[in-house]
Design a protein around this ligand. Structure first.
Ligand code: NDP
Length: 246
């Protein structure tokens, strides 16, 4: 599909990978629908895109609230006519050791990282089925392949997203032409670490500060690659690591 005809909803678009993806896709002619909770940041990104000649719509939503995501889809349809794809990107990573029993943080990770993806799917899928095609891109993680300290629950949520993506692909691609991709990045520079409250983990992660990580723009390029393929091509997974990360 021509870039100009693609209308992509991006969750978690207020910072990091989501923001970089919005800017990249808009610069390539896609119409982008930006959603996250921080409305001011979304508005600023919409303005930035429009000043560069791109098309964007900012609609605030919490991915744990299905009605708010359905509202995003309705607003996208009003402005752009339909929706052709979803980047399920919103996520949190409050790492902690299990023995600390940070159960509220576990719940939040399950709610945002897994249920948020299901909510995005529930809101967007009817439109893609109606259109008999489109893309769903779920942002999983290298954490779906490997455990790292304090990551038991986070790794579990990202493994769920990876496996969900494969199930969706098998159910939706052959029947409806809806292609499904799991993107699995390693350490990427963003605000993700800000959600960590466990002091022991913060101490451990100090050692990583010398490592050259991926940039959010590197993941945006991978997402653009997926969306640039002809509809006969389903890119199942992209597992992308910083060269310096073991
Ligand atoms: P950021 O913290 O920069 O971005 C996270 C985004 O998620 C923000 O835009 C935030 O927006 C949004 N978000 C969080 N909670 C909610 C919610 N309840 N409802 C709606 N939006 C929400 O981190 P990244 O860009 O790194 O993270 C993006 C994705 O990439 C995540 O799924 C993360 O797990 C994944 N990932 C990141 C890696 C990394 O090393 N950075 C590596 C592998 C995967 P707001 O606060 O405005 O709601």
């Amino acid at each position: 599909m021509d870039n100009n005809n693609q209308i992509i909803i991006i969750t978690g678009a207020s910072s990091g990978i989501g923001k970089a993806t919005a800017l990249k896709l808009a610069s390539e002619g896609f119409k982008v629908v930006l959603t996250a909770r921080r409305e001011e940041k979304l508005d600023d990104i919409q303005t930035q895109i429009e000043k560069s000649g791109g098309q964007a719509l900012a609609v605030a939503a919490d991915v744990t609230k299905i009605d708010e995501l359905k509202n995003v889809v309705e607003k996208a349809k009003s402005k752009f006519g339909t929706v052709t794809g979803l980047v399920n990107n919103a996520g949190l990573m409050p790492l902690s050791f299990i023995e600390k029993f940070k159960t509220e943080e576990w719940d939040t990770m399950v709610d945002v990282n897994i249920k948020g993806v299901l909510n995005g799917l529930t809101a967007v899928l009817p439109e893609l089925i109606k259109n008999k095609g489109g893309n769903i891109i779920n942002i999983s993680s290298s954490a779906a392949h490997r455990y790292f300290p304090g990551g038991a629950v986070y790794c579990a949520t990202k493994s769920a997203v990876k496996m969900l993506s494969e199930g969706l692909r098998q159910e939706l691609a052959p029947k409806y032409g809806i292609n499904v991709t799991s993107i699995e990045p390693g350490a990427t520079d963003s605000e993700l670490m800000d959600t960590i409250t466990d002091e022991d983990i913060k101490e451990k992660l100090k050692g990583m500060k010398d490592m050259t990580t991926l940039e959010a723009e590197d993941i945006a390029e991978a997402i653009y690659y997926v969306l640039s393929q002809p509809s006969r091509v389903n890119v199942n997974n992209i597992y992308i690591m910083p060269s310096e990360q073991q």
